[in-house]
Design a protein around this ligand. Structure first.
Ligand code: G3P
Ligand code: CA
Length: 227
């Protein structure tokens, strides 16, 4: 199996993160998958933005979960973009793109489950077209309870051991460790236990070469052109 090229927040190294233009660029640069961050806004829609506030990437201020979709849509994202909904991202990347939805905001498990169920029931998707990841134990646990069919990935910044424990607890299909945590034996052990290994965020050529040599299943990168 070729290593899956996963564009981090689209092609963050080239175009403003988590914008439709960034996701489209990731695909033109060779990504076969994208990673994105979701929050539920005040009116319930899933919106694609990394931070819990709009302050860093837009001309507005405030917490994403307290703003309505109309308020979020009135903001300008750096570079002249707007904050996309999750539906708009799927319209942009099309059906052949594997999507890693990171549940960044709180209370996202239920709406993400509803979203995926709708795409499976109405739009010809299968559960295998998605992987849903999170650093947050509560969202992972909720998703595993609400809809065990949704493939889960466990994000970790600091501990493969903890990711492993959560993966077992929530029946995950993949570990998503920071790339610096990986060793040959940890990758092998994870894969022998049936987990995919998708490290992030691997940008420098020497780091890309190292994780490739470790035999990971995919690489989450700001530069899909470097994979
Ligand atoms: O999903 C991998 C990576 O995106 C996790 O960290 O902070 O970029 O969302 P962050
Ligand atoms: Ca992310």
């Amino acid at each position: 199996m070729p290593i899956l090229n996963i564009g981090h927040r689209g092609a963050k190294g080239h175009v403003t993160e988590n914008t439709l233009a960034s996701f489209a660029r990731a695909l033109t640069l060779g990504a076969k998958a994208i990673e994105l961050d979701v929050h539920a806004c005040a009116t319930g829609e899933l919106v694609v933005i990394h931070d819990f506030t709009v302050d860093r990437v837009t001309n507005g201020t405030g917490e994403v979960h307290k703003l309505t979709l109309a308020e979020l849509k009135s903001l300008t994202v750096t570079g002249g973009h707007s904050i996309p909904t999750l539906d708009e991202v799927f319209e942009t990347v099309g059906k052949n793109c594997f999507v890693n939805i990171e549940m960044k905001g709180r209370h996202t498990a239920q709406p993400v489950s509803n979203f995926i169920e709708r795409y499976v029931a109405e739009k010809g998707y299968t559960y295998k077209d998605f992987i849903v990841s999170s650093f947050q134990r509560e969202e992972l646990e909720n998703m595993s309870r609400i809809n065990p069919k949704v493939p889960l990935g466990i994000l970790t910044q600091a501990s493969i051991h903890q990711a492993w424990e959560w993966a077992e607890a929530f029946n995950a299909v993949a570990l998503h460790p920071h790339f610096s945590l990986l060793t040959e034996s940890s990758v092998l052990k994870a894969q022998q236990a049936g987990y995919k290994v998708y490290p992030w965020t691997v940008n420098e050529p020497e780091d890309i070469a190292r994780v490739k040599a470790l035999g990971v299943d995919g690489i989450i990168t700001d530069y899909p052109d470097r994979i």
